[in-house]
Design a protein around this ligand. Structure first.
Ligand code: PMP
Ligand code: GLN
Length: 379
């Protein structure tokens, strides 16, 4: 069959997690916790199922859950999204990203992506005939030079995708970055797709800067969130999208024929669980502890830590260990040292010489200790 994505193979997350299994390695590659979600959540799910909440939910999501999302957004960012017309519950962040891109990108449109980037953006843009315009960030700090971004803008620029905190770099956008983004998009009809799935995973007292905080950005943005991160349950695959009414109307036209609606009992469970805001307000300190533990232990190794301001990822350079490409280094680490990670070059559309690896620290203390113990044997 003539594939619509001829250059796309299997996603690196599947490849590395399978390899970890095959070699019985500690899996710090794909981003997911190795501890369980709160059992209270399972009880709520069971309760919903037993109460007969087992048929299709409303197409844009359970109304009560959309109300709760609206309240959460108001509390955190001081902005009111209308649950009727501006909030849609999706099958995870990935479906929200896919649907937002599908809703606006037509053949020939250009989409600016900051790389290294989450690996679904570029293939989805291409699937709908869009052209990916990568802005290549460079380690160790991966900062954005907005004058260079401006040079990527053309009359065909349709969308710019941002991700803060960013996967895989662990960087966050600053107030200055947001002001630059406002300046850059002002007087254009460029749409922003803002991937904020790590909104609660920000460290050292930082505030997450959502595009929703800025009226000029909000009016042109789809914002994507994932309950997988919030609930420590990536397998539940439920998330949501916020957008002003006109954008959301276009989004729902696709959503209704893509998934139609999302798992009903789980939406009830999440709605009830979010009654307690502490369930998400506690996340920054919960994850900061893991980040600090992992960073402190990694000092014993020959890897060099890059900054980590957010997300559940720590990037490292291995310049003092080897000159081999990062994919080879990652393969060797699984096979010879029993630890799986992600080579950051796989998050670029073009070949890159960067020698950086990404580790997920959303793991139990024992797992992190064992992993670092193995990693300290690499010289
Ligand atoms: N965006 C980013 C940056 C991610 O890292 C992920 C995966 N964790 C997603 C979107 C997708 O989220 P979900 O698992 O809810 O589809
Ligand atoms: N977001 C997760 C990561 O970056 C994985 C998501 C996936 O497996 N598609 O590791």
């Amino acid at each position: 069959l003539n594939s619509k994505l001829p250059h796309v193979g299997t996603t690196v997350f599947t490849v590395m997690s399978q390899l970890a299994q095959e070699y019985n390695a500690i899996n710090l590659s794909q981003g997911f916790p190795d501890y369980d979600a709160d059992p209270a959540l399972f009880d709520l799910n069971e309760k919903a199922m037993k109460a007969g909440k087992n048929q299709y939910a409303a197409m844009p999501g359970l109304p009560a859950l959309r109300e709760r999302i609206a309240a959460k957004t108001r509390d955190l960012y001081g902005v009111g999204y209308n649950p009727e017309s501006e909030i849609t519950v999706t099958a995870g962040g990935t479906q929200a990203l896919f649907t937002a891109i599908a809703a606006v990108v037509v053949p020939g449109d250009e989409v600016i992506i900051f790389e290294p980037a989450y690996d679904s953006y570029a293939p989805t843009v291409r699937l709908f005939g869009g052209l990916v315009k990568p802005y290549e960030l460079e380690g160790p700090d991966f900062r954005i030079d907005w004058d260079m971004v401006k040079k990527l803008f053309t009359a065909q620029t349709r969308m710019i995708i941002i991700n803060t905190p960013q996967n895989p770099t662990g960087t966050t956008l600053s107030e200055a970055d947001m002001q630059e983004l406002i300046r850059l998009t002002r007087d254009t009809d460029v749409i922003i797709l803002s991937d904020e799935v790590y909104e609660h995973l920000v460290y050292d007292g930082r505030q997450h800067l959502s595009v929703s905080l800025y009226p000029e950005l909000r009016e042109r943005s789809f914002i994507v969130y994932s309950f997988g991160k919030l609930l420590h349950a990536t397998g539940w695959k439920i998330g949501y999208c916020l957008a002003p009414e006109s954008l959301m109307a276009a989004f729902r036209k696709i959503h209704q024929f893509n998934v139609f609606s999302v798992n009903t009992p789980m939406q009830h469970a999440i709605h009830a669980y979010l009654e307690e805001p502490q369930h998400y307000l506690a996340l920054p300190s919960f994850f900061q502890e893991k980040r600090d533990l992992f960073r402190n232990m990694m000092q014993q190794t020959k890897f060099t830590l890059l900054p980590c301001q957010g997300s559940y990822f720590q990037c490292v350079s291995y310049q003092d260990i080897s000159k081999e490409p990062d994919t080879e280094m990652a393969m060797r680490m699984v096979k010879d040292f029993g630890v799986a990670c992600i080579p950051v070059s796989s998050f670029y559309t073009r070949k890159t010489e960067q020698r950086i690896l990404r580790f997920c620290f959303a793991k139990r203390t024992e797992t992190l200790e064992q992993a670092v113990n193995q990693l300290s044997k690499i010289h």
